[in-house]
Design a protein around this ligand. Structure first.
Ligand SMILES: [Zn+2]
Length: 266
């Protein structure tokens, strides 16, 4: 979106010179003191500006105009999919959550048949797709979440320098669903990003993913079952992404934006 030009107010006019001879002497006699005060005030203003500018630069390096946010619960996969023992009431609630999640994704990110209804969005997800880069690699994603990816990247560059990792392969938007059983992958909406599938495996998925040696490491945490640094997970999580390493799937390569895309920029 392009915004309108910034309107500027005209600069305030210079303060008019004092008039009337009767007051002139008094003004002149106190002029040295007032000049000293003015200089002192100016020095304070300059010092304050330096502090403000330094703080602003720090913020730019940390994350340019990024608002932190949590994933929205009803979009989290584990709240409507996966194995478990559920009461009939819970089954109903989970089905409702899935329906709500499908409607939200359709309305915001595009209609992907047969999930949802065309009435909710006349456009397919490809309508909203744009090429972008993440850590120097090209990837195609829904344009609405690209600012959140930039926020995560800025955070990685700022906070994860002690954990060097260079990705070599990304996967974003897909034109086919890779889930079964009534669920739909966030890749079809362009809001999911896989980082190096062969280095960061999916231990809860079908073979060959769950055959990876990393999945059979005794006593390893899910963070130790991948090459990507844990620090990257936290950087993404800060800006509304959900990491599927937390899910039963233990899909460690996979981040999906489940925040509110209209709230990414303050
Ligand atoms: Zn994925």
């Amino acid at each position: 979106m392009t915004g309108g030009g910034t309107r500027r107010r005209p600069a305030g006019g210079a303060v008019g010179a004092a008039r009337g001879h009767g007051l002139r002497h008094v003004r002149l006699s106190s002029s040295r003191a007032s000049r000293a005060l003015t200089l002192a005030a100016a020095a304070l203003v300059v010092a304050a500006c330096v502090v403000v500018r330094a703080t602003a630069q720090d913020n730019v390096q940390a994350a340019p105009s990024c608002r932190e946010q949590e994933p929205q619960d009803f979009l989290v996969l584990g709240n409507f999919a996966g194995r478990g023992h559920f009461t009939p009431e819970q089954v109903r609630a989970r089905r409702d959550t899935l329906a709500k999640a499908i409607r939200y994704r359709t309305e915001h990110y595009g209609y992907f048949a047969p999930f949802g209804q065309r009435d909710w969005n006349a456009h397919p997800p490809s309508f909203y797709a744009k090429n972008t880069t993440f850590m120097g690699l090209r990837v195609r994603l829904n344009e609405q979440i690209i600012p959140a990816v930039a926020c995560a990247e800025a955070e990685i560059r700022r906070a994860c320098a002690d954990h060097p990792y260079t990705p070599t392969h990304l996967s974003g938007l897909r034109d086919h669903n890779t889930y079964r059983g009534g669920e739909v992958s966030n890749h079809v909406y362009g809001i999911a990003l896989d980082v190096d599938p062969t280095r960061n495996t999916c231990c809860g998925c079908v073979p060959p993913w769950n055959d990876a040696p990393a999945c059979h490491r005794e006593g390893a945490t899910v963070y130790e079952r991948m090459e990507m640094p844990e620090c990257w997970v936290h950087a993404f999580e800060k800006y509304g992404f959900y990491w599927l390493g937390h899910d039963q799937l233990m899909d460690t390569m996979h981040f999906e934006f489940l925040g509110d895309a209209s709230r990414i920029r303050p």
